[in-house]
Design a protein around this ligand. Structure first.
Ligand SMILES: N[C@H](CCC[C@H](N)C(=O)O)C(=O)O
Length: 269
């Protein structure tokens, strides 16, 4: 099975062209390819599938095999995948996701291939902050949906956090019936935010596009930053803008192809 390894700010996935056929048992395939010792190594699996209502459909699976509703870094790479492979000649591409149809504006580099993408991520749903207890300690989190669930919290010294220790307590907290992605945020100034993320189903990743959008929405809603800011993640910086007119969030960032390969998996598995 031919695959393409791609990354958006180090949030890396294995990408499959499923326009003609889809391998059986995608959750199991995601678990296998994601393993960084026995598989390809990735934060998960992303399948580019046909769509009735958009140019393409993206299905995203976390490393544990669970299917997410949306993936910001992933959808930027889907835009690069379909354009660079000649599956479209359009630089405005629509992609159906479980969180609705997203519109991508592809930016081309000097080589004529996609170097960066701006995604209309749709409107965030920001809830009121709520206190939750994790491992005996109380935290104030702001739940935000970008189609997938996020819990945003503000702490000083996020670099010193032991996320493998505290992350699962947030991910599996009973307050989040479908689990949650959790973002740990420092507000540098009104146009610069820093964050780390413990992702539902994948653990700490170097970046999370939907998470960065959730962080901007929660922080601007609290009056602590402007509606347009740079969000610094371990893997790099995303530019996030929450448009006043349409209420949508726009995310701009890079998309990179790392390598192509073949993986032994098919209908006889
Ligand atoms: N890395 C992705 C988010 C994956 C979210 C997934 N962990 C979920 O179950 O919602 C991003 O760039 O938005």
């Amino acid at each position: 099975m031919r695959f393409t390894k791609m990354e958006g700010l180090g949030n890396d996935y294995v990408y499959l062209n499923c326009l003609e056929r889809t391998p059986p048992d995608l959750p199991e395939l995601a678990r296998r390819v994601s393993d960084r010792h026995f598989g390809v190594g990735s934060d998960g699996l992303i399948c580019v599938c046909p769509s009735e209502q958009a140019d393409f459909r993206m299905r995203m699976f976390n490393a544990d095999g669970s299917e997410g509703e949306m993936c910001g870094n992933g959808i930027r790479c889907v835009g690069k995948f379909v354009y660079d492979k000649g599956l479209t000649d359009k630089t405005t591409v629509s992609v159906e996701t479980k969180a609705g149809v997203k519109v991508l504006e592809l930016q081309l580099g000097a080589d004529g291939l996609v170097s960066a993408v701006t995604v209309d991520m749709g409107a965030p749903a920001v809830e009121k902050p709520r206190d939750i207890t994790v491992d005996g300690r109380s935290y104030t989190v702001t739940p935000v949906s970008m189609g997938n669930p996020h819990a945003v919290l503000y702490l000083e010294g996020i670099d010193g956090l032991d996320l493998p220790k505290i992350g699962p307590g947030f991910e599996h907290h009973p307050s989040f019936p479908n689990r949650t992605n959790t973002e740990f945020v420092e507000v540098t100034d009104r146009t610069h935010l820093r964050m780390r993320v413990w992702e539902r189903g994948s653990g700490e990743t170097l970046a999370c596009g939907t998470g960065a959008c959730a962080v901007l929405a929660a922080t601007a809603s609290a009056g602590r930053c402007e509606r347009s800011a740079e969000v610094a993640l371990l893997g790099g910086v995303l530019r996030i803008r929450w448009d006043e007119a349409d209420g949508h969030i726009y995310m701009t960032g890079p998309a990179v192809t790392v390598f192509e390969g073949d993986y032994p998996y098919g209908s006889d598995q």
